[in-house]
Design a protein around this ligand. Structure first.
Ligand SMILES: C[S@@+](CC[C@H](N)C(=O)[O-])C[C@H]1O[C@@H](n2cnc3c(N)ncnc32)[C@H](O)[C@@H]1O
Length: 257
C-alpha cells in the first residue's frame, strides 16, 4: 500500500523514473509538473495511475533504486559490490556496524537496510561537506532513525563502543587497522572496498600483520544481458571496473588451550 510520506517513483512507458515524497495533495514533481497525490495514496505498490494525461506505474523505492537515485559526490559503491559487502559481513537486524568514510551514503543505505530496525550503522566521515550531503540522502530515504553519523578520522576516533562488523571505503584502510582493532568485537567481520590493486596489497598485508583470519580479496564482475527475439547477448556498454573487496574475520585474543 502506498502511504503519505513514502518515497516513491513513477515509472513511465520509456522506463524513466520520476521521484516524489507522497502527499495526499497536489505536488510538484521534477520533470512532470504538478500531479495529484490523492490519486496515488492508498493504492497498491506497483499500481497503474493516470497523471497529467499519461500512464505511470507507482512503486515504492527499494534500496537499489535509492542508491541509484541519490545526490552524488565522490565515487559511490554500486549495488553489486554493496550486496556482497552486506552478505559477507553476515549483517542482520540488530547488528551494529561501523562504516568509514561515508561519501554520498550509498553503501550506508545498504548497511542500514540490513540492520534496521533494531540495529544501527555508525558512519565516520572526515569531510564536513560529504557528511552533510550523505545526511540529506539518508533522510530522503527515511533511514535516519537507525543512523549515527560522526565527523572525524576513523584512524583515531574513539567510538566509545564495540561493533559487530566494519565496512571501510577510503583510500588507505590499512592505516585505520590499529583503531579498528580496538572497535571490532572478537569474531567480528571486516570489509574494505578499494579501487586499485596496490591498495588491495596494502589492506591484505595490514590485516595479516594484525592477526586477522580468512583474509580474502575478490572482484565482482557483472554484465547486463540484452534480450531481443532471436538475439540474446551481453550489452555492448557495461559497467567496467568498480573496485576490489577485501574481507577478513577477527579472532578472539584469549588464547586458552
Ligand atoms: C569513495 S568515498 C566513499 C563512498 C561511499 N562508500 C558511498 O558508497 O557513497 C570515500 C570517503 O572516505 C572519506 N575518508 C577518507 N579518509 C577517511 C578517514 N580517515 N576517516 C573517515 N573518512 C575518510 C572521504 O572523505 C570520502 O568521503
Amino acid at each position: 500500500m502506498l502511504s503519505e510520506g513514502d518515497l516513491i517513483y513513477l515509472l513511465d512507458d520509456r522506463d524513466r523514473r520520476f521521484w516524489l515524497q507522497l502527499h495526499n495533495d497536489m505536488m510538484k514533481v521534477q520533470g512532470l509538473g504538478v500531479v495529484d497525490g490523492s490519486k496515488i495514496v492508498g493504492r497498491s505498490d506497483g499500481s497503474l495511475v493516470r497523471l497529467a494525461g499519461k500512464d505511470f506505474h507507482a512503486f515504492k523505492a527499494t534500496v537499489v533504486q535509492l542508491m541509484e537515485s541519490l545526490e552524488r559526490g565522490p565515487q559511490i559503491i554500486t549495488p553489486k559490490d554493496a550486496a556482497t559487502v552486506v552478505f559477507r559481513l553476515g549483517l542482520k537486524a540488530g547488528d551494529v556496524v561501523l562504516e568509514a568514510g561515508v561519501g554520498s551514503g550509498a553503501l550506508t543505505m545498504a548497511l542500514l537496510s540490513s540492520v534496521m530496525p533494531t540495529g544501527k550503522v555508525i558512519s565516520v566521515e572526515v569531510r564536513d561537506e560529504f557528511a552533510h550531503r550523505a545526511r540529506r540522502n539518508i533522510e530522503r530515504a527515511g533511514l535516519a532513525p537507525y543512523w549515527d553519523l560522526r565527523i572525524g578520522d576513523v584512524k583515531s576516533l574513539d567510538l566509545g563502543t564495540m561493533v559487530d562488523a566494519v565496512a571501510l571505503d577510503m583510500p588507505d584502510p590499512w592505516q585505520a587497522l590499529d583503531n579498528i582493532d580496538r572497535i571490532l568485537r572478537p569474531g567480528g567481520c571486516f570489509s574494505a572496498f578499494v579501487p586499485n590493486t596496490n591498495q588491495v596489497e596494502g589492506v591484505v598485508t595490514g590485516l595479516r600483520e594484525h592477526g586477522y583470519l580468512e583474509v580474502d580479496a575478490v572482484e565482482n564482475i557483472q554484465r547486463r544481458i540484452e534480450v531481443h527475439p532471436g538475439g540474446v547477448r551481453p550489452a555492448y556498454e557495461n559497467l567496467g571496473h568498480t573496485g576490489y573487496l577485501v574481507f577478513a574475520r577477527k579472532a578472539a585474543r584469549d588464547h586458552q588451550l
